[in-house]
Design a protein around this ligand. Structure first.
Ligand code: GDP
Length: 303
């Protein structure tokens, strides 16, 4: 994971701060910040976010030092720097103000997925279905992708392997109709979580967004999740903004974190849409799925 490189560079910068005894404290902080800023920008984090983070860290560190902390030992100062950088990086990936939807047992919870083709939607739908099924929910999968030939077969194969009941159609061409039928069927059978997989396109296009609005209108999701491929870099921010307008998703699943993703684009997407990442995909297998927590993400990042 390239993110590990980012972590290594940030860690290196933090550890190097203060190692040169000839520099005064403020100069050391600025040298460190320059290295951190470069590492974040090269990992595709949006420049405005990086500049804000730089300002925040600088203020906190220099403010503390100005407040009579000159008596701090080098070790204490390093600890303070580590803590400050850690907290600021957490803030960058933490959409704190947004409440994440929690499905309720003995109720029908409809979860709709949106995202571009190839982002990992169908795979993530199955992973989430397994996640909830293991926690005692009765979960069903609906394939509302009538755009891509083979989409239903793919979901069917995944669902069979994972032993999750599924619904789809080989003949119906209206995705909203299939979605409505699938949700109605599972509702009648008292399923607690109904996950609706939708179609994607290779590019963002109006027809796709229109389709998402129509499906959303008929299935009335309790939660909409956007699936974002971590490897798309800077494009993540714009893509997530476009989906936000049509689908108003409340959560993000970030896929392919096991690959060569720089991840910074995804961090920018969180900030741009103020939407939390809830899970990350770390491989093609059903169990390659982790709950996302800003603190553990940043801890891992910094190693
Ligand atoms: P969809 O078109 O959005 O439904 O995408 P798919 O679910 O078909 O996934 C596209 C490709 O990405 C497939 O080959 C998946 O196995 C792969 N994929 C999905 N999630 C991950 C992940 O977290 N890591 C890796 N390495 N591959 C993934």
């Amino acid at each position: 994971m390239v993110l590990a490189n980012l972590g290594k560079r940030i860690n290196g910068a933090v550890n190097n701060a203060l190692s040169n005894t000839q520099d005064d404290y403020a100069t050391s902080v600025d040298i460190m910040l320059k290295a951190i800023v470069t590492a974040l920008l090269e990992s595709d984090v949006n420049i405005a976010l990086v500049s804000k983070l730089r300002g925040n860290i600088r203020n906190k560190l220099l403010d503390k030092s100005a407040k009579g902390n000159r008596s701090m030992t080098n070790a204490q100062t390093k600890k303070l720097i580590h803590k400050t950088v850690f907290e600021e990086l957490c803030d960058l990936v933490d959409a704190k103000e947004t409440q994440v939807f929690q499905p309720k047992k003995k109720k029908t919870n409809v979860i709709m997925f949106v995202g571009l083709q190839g982002s990992g939607k169908t795979t993530s739908c199955t992973k989430l279905a397994v996640y909830y099924s293991k926690r005692g929910f009765k979960v069903g999968l609906v394939c509302a992708d009538t755009f891509r030939a083979g989409a239903f077969d793919q979901l069917k194969q995944n669902a069979i392997k994972a032993r999750i009941p599924f619904y789809g159609s080989y003949t119906e061409t209206d995705p909203a109709k299939v979605a409505a039928e699938g949700v109605a069927k599972f509702k009648k059978e008292k399923f607690e979580i109904i996950i609706v997989d939708t179609s994607g396109r290779h590019r963002q296009e109006e027809a796709l967004f229109q389709e998402m609005i129509e499906i959303s209108h008929v299935v009335k999701p309790n939660q909409t999740i956007m699936v974002l491929d971590a490897s798309i870099g800077q494009a993540a921010e714009q893509q997530s903004k476009a989906f936000k307008e049509s689908s108003d998703f409340g959560a993000i699943i970030l896929t392919k974190m096991d690959g060569h993703a720089k991840g910074g684009g995804a961090i920018s997407a969180v900030a741009a849409t103020k939407t939390p990442i809830i899970f990350i995909g770390t491989g093609e297998h059903i169990h390659d799925f982790e709950k996302f927590s800003p603190k553990s993400f940043v801890s891992k990042l910094l190693g």
